[in-house]
Design a protein around this ligand. Structure first.
Ligand code: G16
Length: 544
């Protein structure tokens, strides 16, 4: 039996999990004992019973394989009885959530920095998900952080690496390691929710799709679902070979970073439908021919059309969106007579609502949509949901969206990101805004009048936990909003996000480009925040 080693270590004081786990540059993770400290802090916090089962996998980015081996040996030394690990160390984030739930594991560790670039100088990340399949709630992430600050030793088994490339059973010490097919369970779950025969008929009838996996984890999942199970032709896929550095790309499915796909969908002879997903497969972008669907609208449209999808035909318990996400879904919920919840940014806030059967669908402006089938957002699920709607309605993406706006009005929406600005400059913008709270209400700014402004806080309706400081809202009397928030997922300086939303019921304006329709609010946001003067930035880095 290989020896269990107890290794002395000293804390790093920067292991505070952000919006979704600990994300740092690879060189940071490769510091002496850095990963080991954090993994031991997870094990010390979660109090798993001896013999418990853990799920483990990652998005295949640089350092994934090394990290998986370390975690396996540490899990064995910390008393786990079995680890289910995806072959090659691969599990997309939604597939990991699916595996945790299907096999009722105690929890899971997911290795990913999501949409952030990878490679030797790129980003790496690690997060812990609980037995419901969702990201650990704040009380666990805070306890992990506390443990990481006090750590003095970690446990690891002195054993050779496990062969991960084929499906097999192994052991490390007394612990079993089951190398599982990373795709099959997830693909089966998708097939159980959507009308695959209707989608197959749509594709066979000449409806052309293009799915861009951005050289990230969803490549093999897309191949199994679109090609093998739905019969799509091979040229429906692009960038579907996962690479540890994502082909030097930035695997974030938006109009800036998924440019190659956007150019195809806006080019001549464009396919009917385009979609992309991110590094770990949980985000999605939906495009029609020469048409972009904002994630906020996407949530609203899925909610309005859920009855067309077998898995949701019985109706929705409710819907939830993060605070900066537009209120388009609220209008649908009102018409359907179901509740709509507004949570802070971060998928972890939806978990309690789903576990308590208060909501079925959830979404965020940050290209995340999902449902209670798992406890993570789910990129391919959103793509299949759209294809199912199109197969049932026999309309284009654009026609579905325009009909939606004609019925509910349009919540014109955009997000402007100012990435990698100095932290002090970003904090000074936020402080300046908070200092103006007293004087803003009632002020007339162009054609808008400020109604209320606040720093969003949320009381979870299930466990009554309170989360404060979740973003500054300036809400106008007509319901239009500007939200200012600092990202919790960046790894360099600070990223300031400015979210802009204006409601327009008038169909005569629905053809307008969002930047044009929002131009007055964009100017007001600049004036209110003094952003240019305080950060020196003239333009956003990314507009979505
Ligand atoms: C994560 C969270 C999302 C959140 C997003 C953006 O996504 O899971 O809930 O909306 O970050 O967060 P922020 O605005 O703080 O950067 P992912 O895809 O990175 O895991």
């Amino acid at each position: 039996m290989p020896a269990v080693l107890t290794i002395a270590t000293t804390p790093y004081y920067d292991q505070k999990p952000g919006t979704s786990g600990l994300r740092k540059r690879v060189p940071v993770f490769r510091q002496h004992n850095y990963l080991e400290n954090f993994v031991q802090a997870i094990f010390d916090s979660i109090d798993a019973p001896a013999g418990a089962t853990l799920a483990l996998g990652g998005d295949g980015r640089y350092y994934n394989r090394e990290a998986i081996q370390i975690i396996l040996k540490m899990a064995a030394a910390n008393g786990f009885g079995r680890v289910l690990v995806g072959a090659g160390g691969i599990l997309s984030t939604p597939a990991a959530s699916c595996v945790i739930r299907k096999y009722a594991t105690f929890g899971g560790i997911i290795l990913s920095a999501s949409h952030n670039p990878g490679g030797p100088d790129g980003d790496f990340g690690i997060k812990y998900n609980t037995a419901n399949g969702g990201p650990a709630p704040e009380k666990i992430t805070e306890s992990i952080f506390e443990c990481s600050r006090q750590i003095s030793q970690y446990r690891i088994i002195d054993a050779p690496d496990v062969a991960l490339d084929s499906i097999a059973e192994h052991t490390i010490g007394k612990m079993a390691v089951s190398v599982i097919d990373p795709v099959a369970d997830y693909a089966d779950l998708m097939e159980s929710l959507f009308d695959f025969s209707a989608i197959r008929a749509l594709l066979a009838g000449g409806f052309r799709i293009k799915f861009d996996a951005m050289h990230a984890v969803n490549g093999p999942y897309a191949r199994e679902i679109f090609i093998n199970r739905l019969g799509a032709p091979e040229d429906s896929l692009m960038n579907c070979t996962p690479l540890p550095d994502f082909g030097n790309g930035h695997p974030d499915p938006n109009l800036t970073y998924a440019r190659e796909l956007v150019d195809i969908l806006y080019g001549e002879h464009a396919p009917d439908f385009g979609a992309a997903s991110d590094g770990d497969g949980d985000r999605n972008m939906i495009l029609g021919r020469h048409f972009f669907v904002t994630p906020s609208d996407s949530l609203a449209i899925l909610t309005a059309n859920a009855k067309l999808v077998p898995g949701y035909r019985a109706g929705l318990a409710g819907v939830a969106r993060s605070m900066p996400t537009s209120a388009a879904a609220d209008r649908v919920a009102k018409e359907l007579g179901i509740p709509c919840y507004e949570t802070p940014t971060g998928w972890k806030f939806f978990g309690n609502l789903m576990d308590a059967d208060k909501v079925t669908l959830c979404g965020e402006e940050s290209f995340g949509t999902g449902s209670s089938h798992i406890r993570e957002k789910d990129g391919l699920w959103a793509v299949l949901f759209w294809l199912n709607i199109i197969a049932a309605r026999k309309q284009s993406v654009e026609a579905v969206t325009r009909e939606h706006w004609a019925h509910f009005g349009r919540n014109v929406y955009s997000r402007h990101d100012y990435e990698a600005i100095p932290t002090e400059a970003a904090n000074s913008v936020m402080k300046h805004l908070k200092d103006s709270f007293g004087s803003l209400p009632g002020q007339k700014l162009g054609s808008y009048t400020v109604d209320v402004c606040d720093d969003f806080s949320y009381t979870d309706p299930v466990d009554n936990s309170v989360s404060t400081g979740q973003g500054i809202r300036v809400i106008f009397t007509d319901g239009s909003r500007i939200v200012f928030r600092l990202s919790g997922t960046g790894t360099e300086g600070a990223t300031l996000r400015v979210y802009l939303e204006a409601y327009d019921p008038d169909i005569a304006n629905h053809h307008l480009d969002a930047q044009v329709a929002l131009s007055e609010l964009i100017v007001i946001a600049g004036q209110l925040s003094e952003l240019k003067a305080r950060t020196g930035r003239e333009q956003p880095t990314v507009i979505t």
